[in-house]
Design a protein around this ligand. Sequence first.
Ligand code: 5AD
Ligand code: SF4
Length: 481
Amino acid sequence: MRREENKEMDDLYTAPSSEPERTTFFMEMARQLVEDLAGKKGSPLTCCVVTFGCQMNARDSEKIRGILTEIGFLDTKNEEADFVLYNTCTVRENANNKVYGRLGVLRGYQKKNPFMRIALCGCMMQEAHVVEKLQESYSFVNLIFGTHNLYRFPELFTKMLLSDRMVVEILPERERIVEDLPSKRTYPFKSGVNIMFGCNNFCSYCIVPYVRGREVSREPKEILREIETLAADGVKEVMLLGQNVNSYGKNLDRPVMFANLLREVAKVEGIARIRFMTSHPKDLSEDLMDVFAETEKLCPHLHLPLQSGSSRLLEKMNRHYDKAHYLSLVQKLRERKPDISLTTDIIVGFPGETEEDFLETLDVVEQVRYDSAFTFLYSKRNGTPAASFPDQIEEPVAKERFQRLLSAVQRIAAERAERFAGKTLPVLVEEQNQQDPSLVTGRLANNAVVHFPGDVSLIGQIVPVKLDECKGFYYVGSRTT
Ligand code: 5AD
Ligand code: SF4
């Protein structure tokens, strides 16, 4: 190790022990190191953060990008950058395989670029066997951290730059919620906002509670402060994020109901649209349903994961509701908000699933008539109870059911979308259309995508658009004045 690196290693021991001073200290140290490296390279260093998985990961990636930008990186989408970070997902096996495959490609880039550092974080890293495999066979990875220590990224990043060994830090549980990390939003006009972390539900197929830890809610005043800052910064739409937002606030010292949090968020001036993700049917209260009817700002869209329509399987999945209860929730919601769009997650091929069970799922799909649905083939996750259930379903059987489900879901989604054709509805314009630059693309309050002629000056505005044509899962419209 070079002399000045030794000095910087010594500096590490003088870091303040309290937050936020410690993070500020490492931000400054990282900034200097990045500046030195850029000097050696002769150009600014570039970074590329790649997100796998859900909205939670997307939000974490924004925070990481915010830190990287503050310490002097140029943010790019090119994986041949000087710092590449994969924020991983492990909810299904194929997400893991994708990461291993792409690491091989990164290794090729790294051989050509002596400045390149590779980092991995997110849910997959919380699994001990993954980290072992990376340490054994992917020693070119420079930094690994998990889901509970994102706030320590500036420190871990600094240590990575000063070390020639792989830096690994995985914490078993979230120790604290650190507020006020910098963040670089993907869109200036909309933002995710974490309201809680972790999950206590232990659905028998799901690895999330093991990798994201127990439920912890943020204090409402911190959430509102963040949203007020976002609004002042021009944000019009917020998506409140949690694995199970319906149990938000139950474990706070002064418990707060999610419905009441929504009512408070709706009072923030400048915020025009509020969404949230994800709701567990077992905790969906009538009070929350009322907020849909009360509050115009709450978008008329609810993502309500079904997982299966078979009460027998729902029990084995440890979901704590049955088919009848789920259908009654849908009915109550529609009584309050007749036009609400419903979307869902469904798993096909859960261990022991019979044709009759599957037909129950199809029956719920036909009765509820979802606006869209994410359909998944069951993926066996080691360490979850369902992985050792008997009667794992053969792949061809599961795939055939999956196709049947998909065609029902798609047919119904296209039929549902027709109900807005010809109407004029507000669209939040998000971006220039990627295929045709004379068009812009935005979303209706129910989250459906609309393309219409317009220019980039409309981005971030909510404008009325006539939905001339429904193309199944999106609309082509024209601007009305
Ligand atoms: N196999 C398939 N799908 C899964 N999901 C969670 N765990 C699994 C698994 N082991 C799905 C659920 C959940 C969504 C985020 O991912 O439908 O709602
Ligand atoms: Fe997984 Fe169930 Fe928690 Fe959702 S509620 S993250 S499916 S354990």
